[in-house]
Design a protein around this ligand. Structure first.
Ligand code: GDP
Length: 361
């Protein structure tokens, strides 16, 4: 499964956010919740379409899609030199498909700040500097190999070495691998770099700053814009508190605070988008379920997400749009209205498709 690593300096709210996530996953219940590894949590992806579709196809149980989050605590200054538990943490980030970078945008005298004052952009840069140094070391090593190979005079090797040199210079100037202007030439190396990973800044604000943001979160959004990263605003403490409450009470609590949500749901949705994932739906007499595939996946690959037998024995798929099924009030009615198409194995799935697979078992 796709994994999002949660990084950030100590005391910015990572564990609090992670607790909210794992609660939300436990709430979804239909998923075997991993207690084996305390640093991995499975969160249900909030999706307003699912419940409506579940009602339309017979009032069945709704089963959400999920994303895995990994709590990568302990990244501190000096990590790239192996200080603290540095190297291990960098290795954990390397295994993730995307990064959620939490920065502190709340003031609270009871919560110490590791480097003095509240400075989310400075904090982000401290963490990023460690990631950059690790990437620089990786690229230097590759460049050395490539330069040696280029001595043979092979023009392809020389072009590769030259591209790696440009990448090294880009990183040395503080540019993240994500913003390297010619990724095509070094795509294989880029896949191994920490600062090439899709990244989402998470501005952890106070309850009071949720709606409009504050100067800190504005600065974080600007940073994200410069770096080709995403940004969301949330209140981790509120999210964790809400996760403890039954849905009805949580809504009331939000009402009292005068906000729509803690930012948590938007955070999970943003992380999901960051992974380049899309959702499709299936249903039967018992449940209506949201599934995840990468963008560009075919109907046959989507069938494989449900069951390997369905992929192997794939014959055809019936495909409808979730909004058409909801509007028609049932799958049968939508089909009568010619809103359900028959598609072959190479059909490219769209976000929001409802899929019924015909297959030979
Ligand atoms: P971590 O070291 O990054 O995992 O940070 P924690 O999640 O342990 O949070 C550090 C402290 O900040 C804890 O005491 C939290 O209760 C507090 N905290 C987390 N989020 C918020 C927030 O949104 N507002 C305020 N005021 N405190 C928060």
């Amino acid at each position: 499964p796709m994994k999002v690593g949660i990084v950030g300096l100590p005391n910015v709210g990572k564990s609090t956010l992670f607790n909210a996530l794992t609660r939300a996953g436990a709430e979804a219940q239909n998923y075997p919740f991993t207690t084996v590894d305390p640093n991995v949590g499975v969160a249900a992806v909030p999706d307003g379409r699912l419940q409506r579709l579940a009602e339309a196809v017979g009032g069945v149980r709704a089963v959400p899609a999920t994303v895995e989050f990994v709590d990568i605590a302990g990244l501190v200054r000096g990590a790239s030199r192996g200080e603290g538990l540095g190297n291990r943490f960098l290795a954990h980030i390397r295994e993730c498909d995307a990064v959620a970078h939490v920065v502190r945008c709340f003031e609270d005298e009871n919560v110490a700040h590791v480097h003095g004052g509240i400075d989310p952009v400075g904090d982000a840069e401290t963490v990023n500097a460690e990631l950059l140094l690790a990437d620089l070391a990786t690229v230097e090593r590759r460049l050395e190999q490539a330069s040696r190979a280029a001595k043979s005079g092979d023009p392809k090797r020389r072009a590769e070495a030259a591209a790696l040199e440009r990448l090294r210079d880009h990183l040395a100037k503080g540019g993240q691998a994500r913003t390297f202007p010619e990724p095509g030439e070094v795509s294989e190396v880029l896949r191994t770099l920490l600062t090439a990973k899709p990244t989402l800044y998470v501005a952890n604000v106070d309850e009071g700053s949720l709606a409009a943001g504050n100067a800190y979160s504005a600065a974080v959004e600007e940073l994200a814009g410069r770096e080709g990263a995403g940004a969301v605003r949330l209140c981790a403490r509120l999210a964790a508190e809400l996760a403890e409450l039954p849905a009805e009470e949580a809504r009331e609590y939000l009402g009292v605070l005068g906000v729509e949500e803690s930012g948590f749901e938007e955070f999970v949705r943003a992380a999901y988008r960051l992974l380049g994932l899309i959702t499709f739906f299936t249903f039967n007499e018992r449940e209506c379920r949201a599934w995840t595939v990468r963008e560009g996946a075919t109907a046959r690959e989507a069938a494989g997400r449900i069951h390997t037998d369905m992929e192997r024995g794939f014959v055809a798929a019936e495909v409808g749009r979730w909004e058409d099924i909801v509007a028609a009030g049932s799958w049968a009615r939508a089909r009568e209205e010619a809103k359900v198409r028959r598609e072959g194995r190479d059909y490219v799935m769209r976000d929001g498709d409802v899929l019924l697979v015909r297959f030979n078992a």
